[in-house]
Design a protein around this ligand. Structure first.
Ligand code: GAL
Length: 519
């Protein structure tokens, strides 16, 4: 009897806390469900029908040995020819949105407006129209890492002229597809785009210029994004009524211990990864203060005449601030942070003064950077809520890597955990999350890991010419969750206490998580 009263009180409390009449394990009204892919990872048809060469084509063809299984994405899942199979998979999933990217070189083979490739435009028209015919909204990423090679030959993102090219490319995309596309992402994970100008052979274009090339690239990317945003606002928004965001990647940085120095290290980790882009757009309009201070000091100590972190003019700061309609978040996992010196000299890593490690008890996946830490999602969302004034957040990627088995229980557990934590962030903490995207719709080409890591809700038979897609167990889980508009209560109950009551009022960096279910 006592237990029943107590449970009712808890339920009432939760309904009060959410104040909108739905239960804590339910999705709010009008919540968007989506699944994602990216052009280079699925399309194939790398040089057919007028497509130009991009930096990943070049990277892979010149250095097959830099890809774990020495494979390439020349054909990949062949979505260029089998996009209807992708649409069928989306229908089966029951999602209301599909996030995919445009291949810049498929539309503008030289990167410039001198050639517009009709077949490329028709391909995206067919895909968009196919989606709309089954009531799935397209969410289109303009740039998911595949720069036309002729633009890389000019220096790529380290050359400020790229902002002109990007704005013009965006203008072509808005003009051609904006009558039907209402959700745009300018850049996918710009921190990774920039790191490819620092880290050498990891990602295309494989430039090695630690702590210089990456800061320069980011400077151009932020300006390119802002110019596309302004262009849309000025010329397209009144007629097209769309929204523009950026998809920002971040680990959650958990302090190694509760010590003030570890908490400060975690905060710096977040500023150097997420704040690098989020602060100019959702914060002060400029790079985070701690980044400015540390890189300036280090650059001076290195005897340089300028800071490796470029400066924005006052005008640019004004323009960048507020240049997104929603906060796209790609979140997968967490890391432990402590203060120390690590990484190349110089490098962004060393500038941050953060040393990261993993908690050995966090469950592993098939990707060595990705451990299963569902409570990190809740902390991440609360951090964004508190730091950037609770903007509308669209989770633009979240997913799990395995070997591709159809009976993918690990993926089902991963999604149950992360989505439950997201629901607590929304329904208990008041985070303004408007949509959720699973990475990925189908198994695809995982960059320098080739086909060795599988993220799909659907498998693809790469030994078959027609690349048939097959639903995994996780696809059925998604389908049911979306139809019922809730995470099954029994799963949610298991995860209920991941952030204890006494932590609720605290900043997420001070939350203590004593009970971790997934260990
Ligand atoms: C993201 C990226 C995707 C995909 C995913 C899984 O960083 O945007 O393209 O590769 O990670 O690793």
């Amino acid at each position: 009897m006592h237990l029943a009263i107590w449970m009712t009180l808890c339920m009432l409390w939760e309904m009060n806390a959410i104040g909108v009449g739905h239960e804590v394990h339910e999705f709010p009204p009008n919540f968007h469900f989506s699944a994602a892919t990216a052009a280079y990872q699925v399309e194939g048809a790398w040089n057919t029908s007028g497509k130009g060469e991009n930096i990943w084509d070049r990277f892979i063809h010149t250095h097959p040995d830099w890809i774990l299984d020495h494979q390439n994405a020349d054909i990949a899942a062949d979505s260029y020819h089998h996009y209807q199979d992708d649409i069928n998979a989306l229908v089966q999933l029951n999602v209301s949105m599909y996030r995919f990217s445009l291949s810049w070189s498929r539309i503008l083979p030289t990167g410039d407006l001198n050639v517009i490739n009709h077949d490329g435009v028709e391909y995206y028209n067919a895909l968009i129209n196919g989606l709309l015919s089954v009531k799935i909204q397209p969410m289109v990423t303009l740039y998911h890492w595949d720069l036309p090679q002729p633009l890389q030959d000019l220096g790529g993102w380290t050359n400020p002229i790229m902002a002109d090219y990007f704005e013009q490319y965006a203008s072509v995309a808005f003009s051609l597809f904006g009558d039907r596309v209402k959700w745009w992402i300018t850049f996918n994970e710009p921190s990774h785009v920039s790191s490819a100008y620092a880290d050498g052979h990891q990602f295309a274009p494989a430039v090695e210029s630690h702590g210089i090339g990456d800061y320069l690239a980011t400077h151009t990317i932020l300006q390119s994004h802002t110019r596309a945003y302004e262009l849309y606002k000025k010329q397209f928004r009144r007629k097209q009524h769309g929204q523009i965001g950026m998809a920002l990647f971040s680990f959650w940085y958990e302090p190694l211990t509760r010590s003030p120095t570890d908490i400060a290290a975690a905060e710096r980790g977040l500023e150097f990864e997420l704040g690098w882009f989020a602060n100019p757009i959702f914060g002060s309009g400029d790079y985070p203060k701690v980044m400015r201070e540390r890189v300036d000091i280090n650059s001076k100590a290195e005897g340089r005449v300028r800071s490796r972190l470029p400066y924005f003019s006052r005008d640019w700061i004004k323009r960048m601030k507020g240049s997104c309609d929603f906060f796209g978040l790609n979140h997968y996992t967490s890391t432990l942070a402590t203060t120390g010196e690590d990484g190349e000299k110089p490098s962004r890593e060393r500038d941050s003064g953060v040393v990261v490690s993993e908690d050995a008890s966090w469950p592993t996946t098939n990707s060595n950077w990705l451990r299963v830490v569902p409570w990190g999602m809740r902390k991440m969302l609360n951090y964004i809520r508190l730091k950037y004034n609770n903007p509308p957040v669209f989770i633009t990627e979240n997913g799990y890597s395995d070997e591709g088995q159809l009976n993918d229980n690990g993926r089902v557990e991963f999604y149950s955990g992360y989505i439950s934590e997201m629901l607590k962030a929304i329904n208990v903490d008041g985070c303004n999350v408007i949509g959720y995207t699973a990475w990925s719709l189908i198994d695809n080409f995982e960059w320098n890991q080739g086909y060795t890591k599988k993220f799909g809700l659907f498998s693809v038979d790469y030994s078959n010419k027609t690349r048939p897609r097959r639903a995994k167990k996780s696809a059925n889980f998604f389908q049911e969750m979306i139809s019922n508009n809730r995470v099954p209560e029994e799963i949610f109950e298991l995860l209920r206490d991941s952030v204890p009551e006494e932590n609720k009022e605290k900043h997420p960096l001070q939350f203590h998580v004593p009970f971790r279910l997934w260990m």
